[in-house]
Design a protein around this ligand. Structure first.
Ligand code: ADP
Length: 936
């Protein structure tokens, strides 16, 4: 038998592609071989050895009733676990078969507040197969997301990989099943890995086939065609059908809660690509903490479904003003009714997670306590309506949300549960004690007889004491002896004759009688009958509740919405947020705005923003650390909050609906994340330039920093022109390239703003206030000082800067991104034209003497190529070659600014030295640096 068990385990393991197998052996679920070692490590289970066919196998097991917490732990770690149950064979032996596979996306035992999505993603195969790169990037994807714990199920089709990536990031599924074409779509696979912590499962490709998927959707949702439920796209149908098929295959009864499928168009929501969701720190900070995210800041919900819904709203702000306005009306009503809000929140605090309970009812795992929670939570809509009765909230969308429910049926289900269930039912649903009297006649009769026998038994000890004059008599029962009369040793020899002894203990004896035995049989029979009958009645009741799963989900969602409205109002009231005016216009204007998260921890200096159709592109300059990125993110977050239906941190705000928010943030931030900087930066820029429209909001926090200065400026310059001329998106662009500020003179809708700083007696104060016009300085050395760079270095840097300023050709020296931290971009008239400089008025490169030089794209750091064909370039002394070589080999991104400055200084000194010795040697006089040529 032993040998057989391990063999059976191994062959069942072959059958499944689950990661682990738990196999029932009598009263235990056992893991064998590698699986045993694995769970031993992962779950700290004791591993013993089982010998089989002369070899010995590791074995680890858990009692039948304790499997759930272990499954939960494994599934939460991302593993799929197959469970094989034991059944009796005809020959009276035992065999086992896999009855279900529990996976991260289909696990029903989760208690997390977070949604638990199972996602399917399919690609438009033909496009992927074409091999043509443009076609490949244009591949459309179908996506479906189902949360089996709440019954939420939604599907869509998106145009390209970036959009698919954005949806994956929004939903953060626990498990993803990629369709056949996606399995070879390496970029999409890595996007899945990057955007989610999901377990990737690979069910048979057949599930994704259009015909089969369509059939699965039809079967599950009972409509004539998927199109009838709004699912138009074949890709979305394939994804949805695969989710249904896969969930069915796991065999855990999880499809029961999938009561409806909601198709959505990506166009219903503000496009927020995955990078933007991260950059704006919606659900977690860039460091990966929840604390400090927008969600954690505004989350004052008191229910789990409320928390889930708020997260969803923040990740998917709306585009339609009607829905936004409805939400804002509700938040406003709550914001101005503090008392009613408190009362409502008190009532909400008692609501259980109805969506989850509905699912548990549907898949048959709800127990009597769950149904009692359903009963109590179904009372919540009425109680909420009572709480708002006669208050300002009565005419708000809050009341509408609640009245929109089928309250008649809600009352009916609640009444049925109230009349059925006992107040304090046991955990088990098979042992009786679940129902109230009067619920079922037959049950009442069984209960009556049961109670009567129990009473008889309860009174037996007393009666025996009196009748036979015995002291120390008790009547009790246990597993081995059944019911017995226990008599103290001292009186044991005085028991009547019909007492039959069953056991002698140290101080007492146990007896039984014919009558007691008969009553015992009766009580056992009645207990069993009651247990069976109650279980049967309970299953029927649960099924009727399950039949209302959709209603429960509706009520759950309505409660969640009220919770979110109240939470947003609470935050608005406590933090002085105001209702934004949301329009279809082009405006984004903010008066005394604050950053929603930063204002929590800082004495925040409010600032204004004004953008409209004539003022669409703001170049934001200012010293490092002055608040540029905070200002821009704040603008994006205010737009996002407004469109999610929330009040905003501002004295006044008007938000013209945006269709998308796109951000890219400085290379330095990404460096910290260990991402390859420049390529990523350019990919992000490319995505923005491809995706943004004139109705989008674009936030660029440094562009071009990851490459040499001239490259960087040129890219930033061209991107600005493109955004301004071709796309017309509202754009906020923070840059340290002061050269760009002259763009405002050339492009009509570009304006300069800067974050003000004040310098007095060498001390710089950041005023955190936004002013019109470009900044004049960047105060990099001051920041170095603030950061604790040793004093000698700071003062030396000051000296170097002074000299460089005097020479007035900082930008001309091609010293890369770092040096202009402390450079003065406005002083660009080079008096010592050694290399090309960037011409502010033409936006092209020229030699430093003011001539109009090259303006093509080929301006590398290497000054020799940049100006080699110029005749009026001064001749450099021979030793300068080494300097130029060092210069071209210096990696600007790897060299700290201060070190760069020192290098520049050193190069200058070397060139000067060479030149002087040349002069000394030749003419012994002054040299005019503007003569001569670089060509040699
Ligand atoms: P930059 O992008 O210019 O380098 P940041 O936006 O990162 O600067 O801001 C630097 C610091 O200043 C941050 O710690 C931020 O909290 C703080 N800060 C920014 N704006 C304000 C403001 N308006 N009021 C108060 N503190 C601010």
């Amino acid at each position: 038998m032993t040998d057989g068990i391990v063999g059976e385990f191994l062959s069942l393991k072959e059958e499944t592609d689950a990661d682990l197998l738990a196999m029932q052996c009598g009263d235990f679920y056992e893991f064998f071989a590698e699986d045993a070692e694995f769970v031993g490590r992962e779950l700290d289970l004791k591993v013993s050895q089982k010998s089989s066919h002369g070899s010995s196998y590791p074995m680890a097991g858990v009692p039948l009733s304790e499997l759930s917490p272990y499954l939960k732990a494994l599934v939460e770690k991302g593993y799929r676990v197959a469970v094989a149950d034991q059944y009796e064979t005809d020959g009276g032996g035992h065999a086992r078969e896999i009855t279900k596979v529990v996976t991260p996306g289909t696990f029903l035992g989760t208690h997390d507040a977070d949604a638990q999505y199972l996602a399917a993603i399919v690609a438009d195969r033909e496009a992927t197969d074409s091999g043509d790169r443009s076609a490949e990037t244009d591949t459309a994807y179908g996506l479906a997301f189902a949360d089996v714990t709440t019954g939420r199920f939604t599907a869509t089709a998106v145009e390209d990989r970036d959009a698919a990536r954005a949806e994956l990031h929004r939903f953060g599924p626990a498990e993803v099943i990629p369709g056949p074409a996606v399995r070879t779509d390496e970029p999409m696979l890595s996007a899945i890995r990057e955007e989610t912590d999901a377990t990737l499962s690979l069910p048979e490709a057949e599930l994704f086939a259009p015909g089969r998927a369509r059939h699965a959707v039809r079967e599950q949702f009972g409509s004539s065609t998927p199109e009838a439920i709004g699912l138009e796209s074949t890709l979305a149908i394939r994804a949805a059908g695969a989710v249904v098929g896969y969930a069915e295959e796991t065999g855990a009864g999880v499809t029961a809660a999938m009561t409806r499928l909601q198709a959505y168009e990506p166009g219903d929501h503000v496009a927020l690509d995955a990078t933007t969701q991260r950059n704006l720190e919606l659900a977690e900070t860039m460091q990966g903490n929840r604390e400090g995210s927008l969600f954690a800041t505004v989350d004052h919900t008191v229910t789990t479904p409320g928390r889930r819904l708020l997260r969803e709203w923040l990740a998917r702000p709306r585009r339609d003003r009607a829905e936004i306005g409805r939400r804002l009306d509700a938040v406003e009503a709550f914001a101005s009714a503090a008392l009613a809000r408190d009362q409502v929140r008190d009532v909400l605090g008692e609501a259980a997670d109805l969506e989850r309970l509905g699912s548990r009812a549907a898949n048959g795992s709800a127990d009597a306590r769950d149904l009692l929670s359903v009963r109590d939570t179904l009372a919540v809509p009425h109680r909420l309506l009572e709480a708002i009765d006669g208050t300002e909230l009565e005419a708000s969308p809050i009341a509408e949300t609640l009245r929109g429910l089928d309250l008649e049926t809600v009352r009916g289900v609640r009444k049925e549960l109230a009349e059925a269930l006992a107040e304090d039912p046991p955990d088990s649903v098979t042992q009786g004690g679940l129902f109230r009297r009067g619920y079922d006649e037959e049950l009442d009769e069984v209960i009556e007889r049961h109670e009567a026998v129990r009473e008889w038994l309860d009174g037996l000890a007393d009666r025996e004491r009196k009748r036979h004059g015995l002291s120390h008599v008790t009547v009790d029962r246990n597993k081995t002896d059944g019911y017995y009369i226990q008599v103290g040793k001292s009186v044991a020899d005085r028991v009547p004759e019909h007492y039959r002894e069953v056991k002698t203990l140290k101080n007492s004896k146990r007896f039984t009688t014919d009558e007691l035995e008969e009553r015992e049989r009766e009580v056992l029979r009645l207990e069993e009958a009651r247990g069976d009958l109650e279980h049967e009645l309970f299953c029927e009741l649960r099924e009727r509740v399950a039949g209302r799963a959709e209603l429960l989900q509706d009520v759950g969602r309505a409660i969640a919405a009220v919770d979110v409205f109240a939470a947003l109002a609470e935050h608005a009231a406590v933090n002085g947020w105001t209702r934004p005016t949301v329009t279809d216009g082009d405006e984004l204007s903010i008066e005394a705005g604050r950053h929603p998260v930063v204002e929590q921890s800082t004495e925040f200096v409010p600032n204004d923003l004004a953008m409209d159709e004539r003022r669409r592109f703001l170049l934001v300059t200012g010293p490092n650390m002055s608040g540029k990125s905070t200002y821009m993110r704040q603008a994006a977050l205010i737009a996002l909050l407004a469109q999610a239906g929330s009040f905003v941190p501002a004295r006044e705000a008007t938000v013209g609906v945006v269709d998308g928010i796109y951000t890219r943030v400085g290379a330095l931030d990404e460096l910290a994340e260990g991402r390859s900087t420049f390529m990523v930066e350019m990919q992000e820029l490319s995505n923005i330039l491809h995706s943004a429209t004139e109705n989008s909001l674009v936030i660029l926090d440094e562009v071009g920093r990851g490459t040499a200065t001239y490259d960087g400026i040129s890219i930033a310059w061209a991107a600005t022109e493109y955004l301004h001329n071709e796309i017309g998106a509202k754009t906020l662009f923070a840059t340290h390239y002061h050269e760009l500020t002259t763009l405002a003179e050339h492009l009509p809708r570009v304006e300069n703003v800067h974050v003000a700083a004040e310098e007095r007696d060498g001390d710089v104060t950041f005023l955190r206030t936004i002013r019109e016009g470009p900044t004049d300085r960047s105060y990099g050395i001051h920041v170095a000082d603030l950061a604790g760079v040793p004093e000698p270095v700071v003062s030396r840097a000051d000296e170097v800067l002074g000299r460089l300023r005097e020479e007035k050709a900082i930008e001309a020296r091609g010293s890369g991104g770092g040096s202009d931290e402390s450079g003065d971009g406005r002083e660009q008239e080079a008096t010592e034209p050694i290399q090309a400089v960037f011409d502010l008025s033409s936006g092209s490169f020229r030699s430093g003497d003011g001539g109009s030089g090259r303006s093509d794209d080929d301006h590398e750091l290497d000054g020799r190529t940049a100006v080699a064909d110029r005749e009026d370039i001064p001749e450099l002394p021979p030793g300068a070659d080494d300097v130029l070589e060092e210069l071209s080999e210096t990696d600007v991104n790897e060299t700290p600014p201060v070190e760069l400055m020192a290098k520049v200084q050193e190069w200058q000194e070397r060139i000067d030295g060479e030149r002087n010795s040349e002069i000394d040697g030749e003419r012994n006089g002054e040299i005019d640096g503007s003569e001569g040529t670089l060509e040699r």
